[in-house]
Design a protein around this ligand. Structure first.
Ligand code: SAM
Length: 299
């Protein structure tokens, strides 16, 4: 079976950074795992994994999403005054796109270190450290919601939360790794092969959100009307092997393998894959199909 391309691993430091003026509920503490979370998902553990290389993620990987962000900002009609929430916002590239269009933004992510980067980049944004399965905003707070590769196959409960915080007529766009070219597939196989058995079992979970109709069915069961499904190329480039390795080593699913076998053992196996992606100019070009689905909360 294929490894789960969205799998995120375990624990994040406690604490939350509640800022900004958008209406809020009073969540000041969070349980380790919200009752509606998928089995085995601990948001703090996921945040610790994704946040372990926050600086390198923010500078060397995050721009993988520019093409899908361009199309989703358009489809969500993000403009002057749009109230937009980015779920699993990472270090905040989606927030920056929305701000550039004139939106009032908010974001949430499980990785405290990524949240800090997003807050530094976008000080006026209401970016919080927390769990997408228990959003700390009141009903109907937003006109638009995005989640760029933050929602995976069994995250119906996160979509229910997104539905709750959207106003009637508001739109959501989610993206995920698609069904076309995926340079990351052999890399994730290396991660899985080097992870402890317990993590391998998790990584073998089916990456079913990309399958025909699955994302649409998840959105529909949360109450949304599906408007569109599309796909964009995700391309990240690195100038040399060291930079490529640093970028790849930030990924959440790399962390169990790094802890299990160490970077000395993991790096050569990953680079054996990435070395096959170098072009005539010496650029490491990492290309992946990124699909998106746009939906609307009925009026
Ligand atoms: C693939 S990264 C995408 C980050 C960002 N959307 C981007 O595209 O740059 C997945 C993100 O999901 C976050 N995450 C995982 N589980 C979460 C949860 N339960 N609540 C909030 N964020 C979560 C991780 O911390 C990580 O930043």
């Amino acid at each position: 079976m294929e490894p789960d391309l969205h799998l995120s691993s375990k624990t994040c430091a406690p604490g939350s950074a509640h800022r900004g003026a958008m209406s809020t509920t009073t969540h000041t503490t969070h349980p380790a795992s919200h009752p509606a979370s998928p089995e085995g998902h601990d948001w703090r553990e996921a945040g610790e994994a994704w946040g372990s290389g926050a600086v390198d993620w923010a500078c060397l990987f995050e721009h993988y999403a520019v093409n899908v962000l361009l199309v989703t900002m358009d489809r969500l009609h993000v403009g002057e005054g749009t109230r937009l929430l980015d779920i699993a916002c990472g270090s905040g590239l989606g927030i920056r796109f929305a701000e550039a269009a004139g939106a009032e933004t908010a974001g949430i992510d499980a990785a405290e270190s990524l949240v800090r980067v997003a807050q530094a980049r976008s000080p006026r944004s209401d970016v919080r450290h927390g769990d997408m399965f228990a959003l700390p905003w009141a009903d109907a707070s937003f006109d638009a919601v995005t989640s760029v590769n933050g929602i995976w196959g069994d995250c119906e409960a996160a979509l229910a939360e997104a539905y709750r915080v959207l106003r009637p007529g508001g739109r959501i766009a989610i993206s995920f790794w698609g069904r076309g070219r995926l340079d990351l597939r052999p890399v994730f196989k290396v991660f899985a092969a080097n992870s402890p058995e317990s993590h391998q079992q998790g990584m073998r979970r089916t990456n079913n959100i990309a399958r025909d109709g699955v994302a649409e069915a998840m959105l529909a069961s949360a109450g949304f009307e599906v408007l569109e499904r599309g796909s964009r190329l995700s391309m990240v480039e690195w100038p040399d092997a060291d930079t490529a390795w640093r970028a790849i080593a930030t990924l959440g699913p790399a962390q169990p393998a790094l802890r299990n076998v160490g970077p000395e053992a993991l790096r050569p196996q990953v680079m054996a894959v990435l070395d096959g992606l170098v072009d005539d100019s010496g650029i490491y070009r990492f290309c992946n199909d990124q699909e998106y689905v746009v939906a609307q909360k009925p009026t």
